[in-house]
Design a protein around this ligand. Structure first.
Ligand code: PDD
Length: 291
């Protein structure tokens, strides 16, 4: 049985009740975060919480986030995930329950805060080494996808379209630019340079993206933050996604056409190894502090 967090309480999931008037339910008036844990140690927690706070401010949801890190840790512990190699906490904050209006509620309304923890598993080494396929689909999202709102219908539709086309993942395309995946950032290697879209209002500023950019620079790889045009995809030496739970995920085929030689490339492997090393170092540092 899983324990979830709802509005200050840790309760069995079966007992969690959310009002039908909740503005998250009625209007997708909410925001979310997904924070990874490795061996029970949070990875990139500060960055995830900072992104959440930026989003809350932009949405004008007044909520004190100072207790969230402790809440995340407690959920991991209470769900027996402290020893899990890979787990995560999903957190959602909505504007709260109020009679349905298109403007914000006039009186003070408590935000609804819900979170759960669960384990996730990596693909096997063999599966990862085969690489993954992707299909390009139109990006039907709104103009502020840099805010991690719960309005994910266009992401879900894009992902579903890609799956129905027989691909493992979707690449969202707007005005000829391959922006990002349905739930991951998108990267290419062109002439040896590691390229990913700049952080504009048309992509989510992924925490994994930020970390992998730092790692790529640390590895001495040439890096550029610029758009990747769909017409350039066929010239890519390598393509990959990054994201929480996907980590560094190689793409070896797009719309039925092989990427480069159609195998996982050396830069993708190098960055995946650097990412794993960063995770290991974070876990070791936490173990040292714990004494
Ligand atoms: N998705 N782009 C989009 C559209 C995303 O939804 C996500 C994350 C990312 C990667 O961000 P990060 O590296 O911070 O996880 C990029 C989460 C995990 C989800 O929806 O489950």
């Amino acid at each position: 049985m899983s324990t979830v967090y709802l509005n200050g309480e840790y309760i069995p999931k079966e007992e969690a009740r959310i009002s039908p008037d909740d503005r998250g339910f009625l209007l997708a008036d909410g925001i979310y975060e997904v924070t990874p844990f490795y061996d029970g140690v949070p990875f990139g927690m500060d960055r995830h919480m900072a992104r959440l706070l930026r989003g809350l401010c932009w949405m004008r949801i007044d909520y004190d986030t100072s207790g969230l890190e402790a809440m995340h840790r407690r959920l991991i512990d209470e769900n027996g995930l402290a020893g899990a190699p890979t787990s995560m906490v999903y957190l959602q904050i909505t504007r709260g329950a109020a009679p349905r209006t298109h403007y914000f509620p006039e009186g003070p309304v408590e935000p609804t805060v819900y979170a759960y923890a669960k384990a996730w598993s990596r693909p096997s080494e063999e599966r990862w080494n085969q690489g993954f396929t992707a299909a390009t689909v139109p990006d039907r999202r709104w103009g502020r996808v840099d805010i991690k709102t719960i309005c994910l219908l266009p992401n879900a539709m894009g992902f579903q379209d890609a799956r129905e086309a027989g691909a493992d993942d979707a690449i969202l395309v707007r005005d000829g630019v391959a922006l990002e995946g349905a739930h991951q950032n998108f990267w290419g290697v062109f002439g040896g340079t590691v390229v990913t879209h700049p952080t504009t209002n048309h992509i989510l500023p992924g925490i994994t993206r930020e970390i992998v950019l730092e790692l790529a620079r640390g590895e001495g790889l040439p890096v550029a933050e610029r758009p990747i045009y769909t017409e350039d995809l066929r010239h890519a030496e390598e393509l990959f996604f990054t994201g929480t739970t996907g980590e560094v995920k190689p793409v070896v085929e797009v719309d039925g056409r092989a990427v480069g030689e159609g195998v996982v490339g050396p830069v993708t492997r190098q960055l995946a190894a650097a990412f794993q090393a960063r995770v290991d170092a974070t876990c070791r540092a936490a173990a040292t502090v714990a004494g």
